[in-house]
Design a protein around this ligand. Sequence first.
Ligand SMILES: [Zn+2]
Length: 211
Amino acid sequence: MPRVLHLPLFIAFSAWPALLCAETPPALGVGVFVDFDSAPGSASIQIMKDEVEKLLRPSGISLDWRLTKQNRGTETFPRLVVLQFRGRCRADLLSQPPEDSATLGEARTLASTRVAAGRVLPYGEVECDEVRQALSYLDPGAGAIARQTALGLALGRVVAHELYHILARTTAHAAHGLAKPTESFEDLISPRETPFQERDSRAIRQGFRKQ
Ligand SMILES: [Zn+2]
């Protein structure tokens, strides 16, 4: 994982080793099965979904969200992705700001995607306790709605980054845009969006169509 120095706090998206699953893609629809250790409020979840869908729209990908626990195995999707949200995805919990200089400049892993034998698997994990640290960059007086919105945006951008790895079937990163390996907490919660570069959106579309 890259270490980022000279900046207050950066996070790293990463991909680690592990199997693959591929379905025939007649359309660019993806079933996204999610499971939370501790689910965010409904407002944060909706903002997360909206953000991911907006970021993937240039790829032509559409998403169908499902809860893993409610899966009865009766639906089929051209592609499947399973996301596990670990820790507490709660906007109402206080976030600890960086405690001392020892933590400054550390790259933190917000999410990861499994890879096996060099192949990216459709399984991602989001570290909610790490993503939640972004809330400490809000104004101290930020209210409940602002916190829920910020958490939803941060989760959405982290999820979109992992879906890039999974759908484009790559562990590579870009130099710019949302496919780059690190992102600042400030940018994760910013109203100003960091989209994928056109070439990364194209890689997602082409990866989806690969058998
Ligand atoms: Zn990454």
